[in-house]
Design a protein around this ligand. Structure first.
Ligand SMILES: Cc1ncc(COP(=O)(O)O)c(C=O)c1O
Length: 440
C-alpha cells in the first residue's frame, strides 16, 4: 500500500515547472495508473488527457514494458557506456533505425529530450568541423520554440521565461520568427493555410550572418510546449529547401511528435520532409524510464569515422547512454507499439478527435482551437492583467472533474495516450465543455 499523503511532508522537494506554494497547500498526487487512467491518493480516477507529459503514448502499466524492465534489472543492471557494450542497446538501435526515414540509420542515446537537443546541436557543430568547415558555428532556433532546459536548448529556444534569468546563454544564436498567426488562421483544422512565407525569415537571417557561418537550424515540426503551433502548409518543405541551398543542417526536435503522435512514426513522415538530425525522447520508452535518442543521417555519422581506429571519434556521451534497463524498456515499448499498431493509430482516431475538439468552438473565452494527429489545443482569452490565471483555473477544475489536461500560458494542450477510445474522447470533451462553461 502507498503511504498516506499528508501536507506536512512536502517541503523538501522543489518541484519542476510547478507553482510549488499552490501545490503544497492543495496537493494533487497520483498513486497508480493503468492504461488511460491515473488514480489519485484520494482514490479518484483521472483520465490522462496528456499522456503524462506527452510521453506515455501506449498508456500506463503496459505488461511488455513492465516485464522487460523487471527481467533486465535481474539480468544486467548496468554496463559501462564507454568502450563497452551490451546487446540490448544494439538491438534497440537496429530496430529504431528501421522506423526512421531512409538514410537515417544511426542513433546516439541520451537520457532526456534536453540532452538529446544538446547532443544534436553539438553533433551539428562538430560535423561541419570534421568536414573542415569550422566557420559554421551559428545555431538558428525559432521564437516560441521549446528545446528543453539546458543551455543549448534555451539558447535556441524562444520561450521567454525559460531564457530571461540565465545570462548571455550561447553566443552565435539567432531566431526565426514564430508562425502563429491567429488573425488569418484561427480555428483552422490541421495545418494553417497561411504562413508559408514565414520560412523566408531564414533567408533574412542568412543575409545578415552569411550562410558560411551557420551550422544548423532547429525547429519543432509541431511546436508543443508553447501551446501547440502547427506549421503552415509548405513551411517545413521551404525550410528544407533553404537549408539545402546553403549547406545548413536541418534538425527536427521530435521529442513530442516522435513515436506516433501525429499518426505516423515521426513528424518527418507526416510532413514528408526529412531532416538531417532528429531529436527524440519521451515516447521512446513510453516515459517509463528516462531515455532519449538522436538520429543522424548516414553522411553525418560517416564523416566522423576517420582517423586511427583506436581513437574515439566523437567526444560526447553520458554515463547512462543506452543503459540496459532503459534499452529493455525501449524494446518493450516498440513491441507494444507494433503489436497494437500504435504508431499509426493516431491517424485513425484523428478525424473523430478533430470533430470532438472543434465542437467546443463558441464556448466562453475560446479564441482558437487547433488539432493535428492526437494533439489538440484550446486557446483562451487571458484575463486582462492576469495572464495564465484563466487556464490554470481550468486545469484545477478539470482535475477535480477527473480529467488531466496541461496548460501553458492561457492555452490548454491535449495529447492523450494513443490507445484512447471514442468514449474516452467524449468524456474528455464533455468534461472540458463543463469546465469552460463555468470559467470566469
Ligand atoms: C520539443 C521538446 N524538446 C525537448 C524537450 C525536453 O525534454 P525533457 O523534458 O525530457 O528534457 C521537450 C519536453 O517537453 C520538448 O517538448
Amino acid at each position: 500500500m502507498n503511504a498516506p499523503v499528508t501536507t506536512n511532508n512536502l517541503d523538501a522537494f522543489w518541484m519542476p515547472f510547478t507553482a510549488n506554494r499552490q501545490f503544497k497547500k492543495s496537493p494533487r498526487m497520483f498513486v497508480s495508473a493503468d492504461r488511460m487512467h491515473y488514480t489519485t491518493a484520494e482514490g479518484n480516477k483521472v483520465l490522462d488527457g496528456t499522456a503524462g507529459l506527452w510521453c506515455v503514448n501506449a498508456g500506463h502499466n503496459r505488461p511488455k514494458i513492465v516485464e522487460a524492465i523487471r527481467q533486465q534489472a535481474g539480468e544486467l543492471d548496468y554496463a559501462p557506456a564507454f568502450q563497452m557494450g551490451h546487446p540490448k542497446a544494439f538491438e534497440l538501435a537496429s530496430k529504431l533505425v528501421q522506423l526512421t526515414p531512409p538514410g537515417i540509420d544511426h542513433v546516439m542515446y541520451t537520457n532526456s529530450g534536453s540532452e538529446s537537443v544538446e547532443t544534436a546541436l553539438k553533433t551539428a557543430l562538430a560535423y561541419h568541423r570534421v568536414k573542415g568547415d569550422g566557420s559554421r558555428f551559428r545555431l538558428i532556433g525559432r521564437e516560441r520554440g521549446y528545446h528543453g532546459v539546458n543551455f543549448g536548448g534555451i539558447s535556441v529556444g524562444g520561450i521567454v521565461p525559460n531564457r530571461k534569468m540565465f545570462g548571455t546563454l550561447l553566443t552565435g544564436v539567432d531566431h526565426l520568427r514564430h508562425t502563429h498567426d491567429p488573425d488569418r488562421n484561427a480555428f483552422t483544422r490541421l495545418q494553417p493555410e497561411h504562413g508559408v512565407e514565414f520560412a523566408e525569415d531564414l533567408e533574412r537571417i542568412i543575409a545578415l550572418h552569411d550562410a558560411s557561418t551557420i551550422a544548423a537550424v532547429i525547429v519543432e515540426p509541431v511546436a508543443g510546449s508553447t501551446g501547440v503551433l502547427l506549421p503552415p502548409k509548405g513551411y517545413l518543405k521551404r525550410l528544407r529547401e533553404i537549408c539545402d541551398k546553403h549547406g545548413i543542417l536541418l534538425i527536427f526536435d521530435e521529442v513530442i511528435t516522435g513515436f506516433g503522435r501525429l499518426g505516423t512514426p515521426f513528424a518527418a513522415d507526416y510532413f514528408d520532409v526529412v531532416p538531417d538530425i532528429m531529436v527524440t525522447a519521451k515516447g521512446l520508452t513510453n516515459g517509463v524510464i528516462p531515455m532519449g535518442a538522436v538520429f543522424v543521417k548516414n553522411e553525418i555519422h560517416d564523416a566522423f569515422m576517420n582517423g586511427p581506429e583506436h581513437m574515439i571519434e566523437f567526444f560526447h556521451g553520458y554515463t547512462y547512454s543506452g543503459n540496459p534497463i532503459a534499452s529493455a524498456a525501449g524494446l518493450g515499448t516498440l513491441e507494444t507499439y507494433q503489436d497494437e499498431g500504435l504508431l499509426t493509430r493516431g491517424a485513425e482516431m484523428a478525424p473523430y478527435w478533430e470533430e470532438a475538439l472543434h465542437s467546443l468552438k463558441g464556448l466562453p473565452h475560446v479564441i482558437d482551437i487547433r488539432n493535428i494527429g492526437l494533439i489538440g489545443a484550446i486557446e483562451l482569452e487571458p484575463i486582462a492583467g492576469e495572464p495564465t490565471r484563466r487556464a490554470f483555473s481550468a486545469f484545477l477544475d478539470a482535475y477535480n472533474k477527473g480529467l488531466l489536461i496541461r496548460t501553458t500560458g492561457d492555452i490548454i494542450a491535449l495529447s492523450p495516450p494513443l490507445i484512447i477510445e471514442r468514449n474516452e474522447i467524449d468524456f474528455l470533451v464533455d468534461t472540458l465543455s463543463g469546465v469552460l462553461k463555468s470559467l470566469n
